[in-house]
Design a protein around this ligand. Structure first.
Ligand code: HGY
Ligand code: MN
Ligand code: MN
Length: 438
């Protein structure tokens, strides 16, 4: 345990662990910074990019390799690896009885992703389980580590597919036909990933956990600016996503006249500018992003026949988000000119607030360890969004250097990763031993 955490823990043991845990040693004392960071760096070799990040697309060979590595680490702890029909990956510590305690995040990344987004929560959960086992703790319930399928939504849109299907917010039949830009369907990619992981059994889809806790990097600058190692996540801001398809007509760049053209690129760019105007928020609270802009045939001497672009719209106030969301289709239609436009809404999630009792457990664990913490709303989306409706859920953050993320330069200090894993380990141990409601 790092000096900072040890010093704090001894001076602040006023906050006693819950009764159920008092008889056990706190597993945070067995968390190993070296093992945690070593596993993160070993995992970062899978899909490593030349600029120091990772490219581990959902249901890719790299995603399968990452799950195989988790299964290998899990086997050394006696954890059984399984996958469900939505491609969610689980490591199960068979213990006690009843609904499982679940912790994890995602292993897939953005194409130029960092070494910590998602994967920190999966490997910190593994570290917490190992620390619990090393204290001799005998959980009252099974404990499951999870890696949700396609959290990022970069290969297949929308994101958080696996958690949404597990939580019942989306039907498996809805995600199977979704195709990536190469035309490969989720269904085909699920089959090829399963074939790449022959030793991993299939488990029934869904479930109702006893509780869910997800550790994640903040992906913002607040904790670092406040010199605070732990974020207690108050909730997740709302997020609506769209796919806009603009159809025109391919034509010769030299012979077709402006008057007769149906230029899908000109129409699409007019739509993006119109959306930027109508969604502009001087207070800078509304987040509007066009991240994908696919032109067909994307040839210098051909007038574009089609453009497909993404819209990602977020706001912490659900009512305001719905108001803004209703402006998207009209703004696109008004800017379509001679082209056709089809606006499809892919996801619509309100803002959510995690239960106070779960947040209090995270705060008490951080206090016991002498770790400064602060409450903050998550501006980024997370799989916990889909666990929240079905079981008491919570998230804890660790700082992101300069708030940089979805970027190969993403970084979190090892001491902060360690502090987050210590808090996670103690909270999971409490929940694993609890006789009451989470
Ligand atoms: O979209 C999100 O906020 C997440 O990082 N994929
Ligand atoms: Mn993430
Ligand atoms: Mn992400």
């Amino acid at each position: 345990m790092s000096a900072a955490v040890l010093a704090g823990a001894s001076s602040l043991m006023t906050e006693q662990p819950s009764n159920e845990l008092r008889s056990n040693e706190l597993p945070s004392r067995r968390v190993s910074q070296q093992r945690l960071v070593g596993r993160l760096m070993e995992m970062a070799r899978i899909g490593a990019t030349v600029s120091g990040g990772v490219d581990r697309a959902a249901l890719s060979a790299e995603d399968a390799a990452a799950q195989a590595l988790m299964a290998q680490w899990g086997a050394s702890l006696g954890l059984r690896a399984t996958r469900d029909a939505a491609g969610n990956f689980f490591l199960r510590w068979e213990a006690g009885a009843g609904a499982p305690l679940v912790s994890g995040s995602h292993l897939d990344s953005q194409p130029t992703g960092g070494r910590y987004d998602g994967v920190f929560g999966v490997i910190a959960a593994l570290e917490a389980v190992q620390a619990m086992q090393e204290t001799g703790l005998a959980p009252r319930r099974p404990v499951e580590i999870v890696a949700w399928m396609n959290e990022e939504g970069s290969r297949f849109a929308p994101g958080m597919m696996g958690a949404a299907v597990y939580g019942g917010a989306r039907a498996l039949a809805d995600i199977l036909p979704v195709r990536d830009q190469a035309g490969i369907s989720v269904e085909a990619a699920l089959a090829s990933t399963a074939a790449a992981l022959p030793g991993i059994a299939t488990r029934p889809l869904g479930g109702t956990p006893y509780a869910y806790v997800e550790a994640h990097i903040e992906q913002g600058p607040e904790l670092e600016r406040a010199h605070c190692p732990i974020g207690i996540v108050s909730g997740i801001q709302g997020k609506h996503t769209f796919r806009v398809t603009v159809r025109g007509e391919a034509a010769h760049a030299g012979t077709s006249t402006r008057a007769e053209r149906r230029d899908a690129l000109l129409a699409a760019t007019a739509m993006v500018q119109a959306l930027a105007r109508v969604l502009h928020d001087e207070a800078d609270v509304t987040k509007f992003t066009v991240g994908r802009f696919d032109v067909t045939p994307s040839a210098p001497s051909v007038v574009a026949s089609q453009v497909i672009f993404s819209v990602d719209l977020r706001h912490p106030d659900s009512q305001e988000l719905r108001r803004l969301s209703a402006l998207v289709a009209p703004a696109c239609e008004a800017a379509a000119g001679p082209c056709e436009v089809e606006v499809s809404r892919l996801s619509a999630a309100d803002s959510l607030a995690f239960p106070a009792a779960m947040r209090a457990r995270l705060r008490a664990a951080a206090d016991r360890l002498g770790l400064a913490h602060r409450d903050l709303l998550s501006a980024a989306g997370h799989d916990a969004r889909y666990l929240h409706p079905i079981c008491p859920s919570a998230m804890l953050f660790v700082p992101s250097r300069d708030g940089v993320t979805h970027n190969e330069a993403e970084f979190t200090e090892p001491a902060d990763l360690y502090a987050g894993a210590c808090v996670l380990a103690d909270v999971l141990a409490e929940l694993a031993m609890s006789t009451g409601q989470p």
